[in-house]
Design a protein around this ligand. Structure first.
Ligand SMILES: Cc1cc2nc3c(=O)[nH]c(=O)nc-3n(C[C@H](O)[C@H](O)[C@H](O)COP(=O)(O)O)c2cc1C
Ligand SMILES: O=C(O)C(=O)c1ccccc1
Length: 417
């Protein structure tokens, strides 16, 4: 058996999936067979491992942030400021990781965050990652800025759960077409990203002169869209593939033009999407209240992993206030800065119903393709499962404010917890 095969966990068929078993498997492989994890299990080494295999432009794209990365740092520091308070002598042979979201049961409280242009990290791209997610029961959120089409990802994800993330075109015909394709291809929820209607000042990409979609990479959802294609053909007398620069310009000026939609425009999405609508990029409690007022089903408290407004507050910092303001009226999800299973526990304990995993899974994808990303996600679930056990918590409901406390020791942004 080679290293790759050794890390394939048999799918759990038991009534109580035991995510912690993945840890035993890694020990067993090392001790008995001298086979070691394909991707490091150390959250603080993962980025460096990915850097070794990525082109500098791709590495800068994923690891970089906006401005002087103050918000990226803040995201990590905020996790350091919360500590868990474990309970003892509360045996729990199995932890129940299931959560209820929008009336459905999900096996675990993690989802794969929408991450664009995955082809620049590994040839397995969205196809591999969405298929890995299906194998381990983690919902996959497909980015509008993907390097694979809606239809290709639906096929790869098969019977898995998939949501569609909308970068919201100003052209309503194109928007309608994207929503229709998403619906027809089994995407059950719509994530509307609000914080990226223009790209931020990102020095690492600016210094390297790098932005993939100017040359068409990451525009596959648009270029495969029948309405976008028809309009482009009418205007330029060519299909997007034959005039990539022009087509890319046409698309990006529609979605990342610097012209944001307004709250009242949400009515259009509500009229044309019959599943849950979740707003991504909420940081202010007043915006969370507006999300309720405008009839949204959920929000993702997120600052886009510190890639947009530098100097913005850490997402974790705002989470409790937002949960207090709207947590009983809509579903609050969270991302930005999650690196370990313990981080997941902290976000859940502060009131998030589930969390999105971003960069760690992409580093896994870079290092080991589909299998690498799968290993990172399985590792996070194993860590979550074991850490809940060690804290005396039996189910996700046990992650609540009674088990967490804000402290003031300081700390550095490099460390995890
Ligand atoms: C390379 C990269 C591409 C991203 N692309 C998208 C995207 O297309 N749509 C979106 O809503 N968010 C996108 N995000 C943001 C993630 O969904 C998520 O909010 C962020 O990664 C969370 O921060 P973390 O990875 O540091 O935990 C992207 C993030 C990265 C790192
Ligand atoms: O880089 C990002 O953070 C992002 O959201 C994005 C935007 C456009 C294309 C690809 C990714």
């Amino acid at each position: 058996m080679n290293v790759k095969q050794s890390q394939q966990l048999p799918p759990s068929t038991s009534e109580h999936p035991n995510y912690g078993l993945f840890q035993n498997l890694l020990y067993r492989d090392g001790m008995l067979f001298h086979r070691y994890p394909l991707v490091t299990t150390d959250a603080n080494k993962l980025e460096d491992q990915a850097q070794k295999v990525l082109k500098p432009t791709s590495y800068n794209y994923v690891a970089g942030g906006a401005g002087e990365r103050a918000t990226m740092d803040a995201n990590r520091l905020a996790f350091r400021q919360w500590k868990l308070i474990p309970r003892m002598l509360r045996p729990a042979p199995h932890r129940d990781l299931t959560v209820q979201l929008f009336g459905k049961t999900y096996a675990t409280p993690i989802l794969m965050a929408p991450v664009g242009v995955q082809t620049i990290f590994h040839e397995d791209k969205e196809i591999g990652l969405s298929s890995a997610c299906a194998e381990i029961g983690v919902p996959f959120i497909l980015s509008t800025a993907a390097s694979s089409s809606i239809e290709e990802v639906a096929q790869a994800n098969g019977s898995g759960t998939r949501w569609f993330q909308l970068y919201w075109p100003r052209d309503n015909d194109v928007t309608l077409s994207l929503l229709k394709r998403a619906k027809e291809n089994g995407f059950t929820a719509l994530v509307v990203t609000l914080d990226t209607w223009a790209l931020a000042w990102r020095p690492a990409d600016l210094d390297g002169g790098y932005i993939p979609f100017i040359k068409g990479v990451g525009n596959q959802v648009a270029f495969s869209d029948p309405v976008f294609r028809e309009k482009f053909l009418k205007k330029y007398g060519a299909v997007p593939e034959d005039q990539i620069l022009q087509a890319s310009q046409e698309w990006t000026s529609d979605v990342f033009s610097g012209a944001s939609h307004g709250w009242e425009d949400l009515a259009f999405l509500k009229q044309n999407w019959d599943g849950p609508i979740i707003l991504k990029g909420i940081q202010h409690p007043e915006d969370a209240k507006l999300a309720v007022e405008y009839g949204c089903d959920g929000i993702i408290v997120s600052n886009h992993g510190g890639r947009q407004l530098d100097g913005a507050v850490a997402s974790l910092e705002m989470l409790p206030e937002i949960v207090d303001a709207v947590g009983d009226k809509l579903t609050v999800l969270f991302d930005s800065g999650i690196r370990t299973g313990v981080d997941i526990m902290k976000a859940l304990s502060l009131g998030a119903k589930a969390v999105l995993i971003g960069r760690p899974a992409i580093y896994g994808l870079a290092v080991g393709g589909k299998l690498g990303a799968k290993q990172v996600l399985q590792g996070l679930l194993a860590d979550l499962d074991q850490s809940m056990g060690l804290a005396g918590i039996h189910s996700i409901a046990g992650c609540n404010r009674s088990v967490i406390r804000k402290v003031h020791y300081g700390g550095d942004s490099k460390s995890s917890n």
